[in-house]
Design a protein around this ligand. Structure first.
Ligand SMILES: Nc1ncnc2c1ncn2[C@@H]1O[C@H](COP(=O)(O)OP(=O)(O)OP(=O)(O)O)[C@@H](O)[C@H]1O
Ligand SMILES: [Mg+2]
Length: 183
């Protein structure tokens, strides 16, 4: 119940972002360390492959929360000996930075892919179904996007794309920095 209430508050309350210049690799390292210490991810190994990437501008705590939600999902979907692979690189150089999380385990059914970020959509007995909607909102607040790909052959990949720090506002979605709730 407490987890559900925290999730609803995180999803519903206006996001005030404390913007600063950030390194997505550093954020990934911290989120992986925290996820690895969490009970749900104890059995799965998370590996990071990264190349130096341009800075992004964003709210460290909010982006940490988003990455943690994505990493927890990847670990929860994985089997005991599976490896979750995280990579950080530039995308459509030099304007965007991309973070991908790949896991094996039961793939997401095709018809469910478009519902993943709906609040309360879950296939887990104990899930709130808010993890992805919170992550999606945080990434959208940073003018980025989350993409999902899943199949039995390829596994599941969740890709987060964020504009680098000095990308002109015209080159990305227009909502910036503070969101008073999604329309
Ligand atoms: N990496 C993934 N691999 C496989 N399925 C996934 C993955 N990420 C999300 N899903 C599916 O999407 C659903 C919604 O995820 P979301 O994080 O929003 O909620 P949840 O994980 O079920 O609950 P909570 O985040 O509160 O623990 C999950 O129940 C799961 O079915
Ligand atoms: Mg989740």
């Amino acid at each position: 119940m407490e987890r559900l209430l925290c999730g609803i508050l995180l999803y519903a309350k206006p996001h005030h972002l404390e913007i600063r210049e950030l390194d997505l690799c550093d954020l990934a390292i911290t989120a992986i360390e925290v996820a690895s210490r969490m009970r749900s991810s104890i059995d799965c190994e998370i590996r990071l492959q990264s190349s130096p990437v341009p800075s992004i501008r964003g709210d460290r705590d909010k982006l940490h929360q988003a990455l943690l939600n994505l990493l927890c999902n990847a670990c929860e979907a994985s089997g005991k000996t599976d490896v979750v692979n995280v990579s950080v690189c530039t995308y459509q150089q030099p304007n965007w930075v991309k973070l991908s999380i790949h896991n094996w385990g039961k793939p997401i059914e095709k018809e469910h892919l478009s519902r993943l970020t709906e609040p309360f959509y879950t296939t887990k007995g104990t899930g709130t179904g808010l993890g992805l909607s919170i992550a999606d909102r945080i990434i959208a607040d940073h003018r980025g996007r989350i993409l999902f790909d899943s199949s039995a052959e390829r596994g599941t990949t969740v890709r987060v794309e964020l504009p680098m720090a000095d990308l002109p506002a015209d080159d990305g979605p227009t909502t910036m920095l503070i969101s008073e709730g999604r329309t």
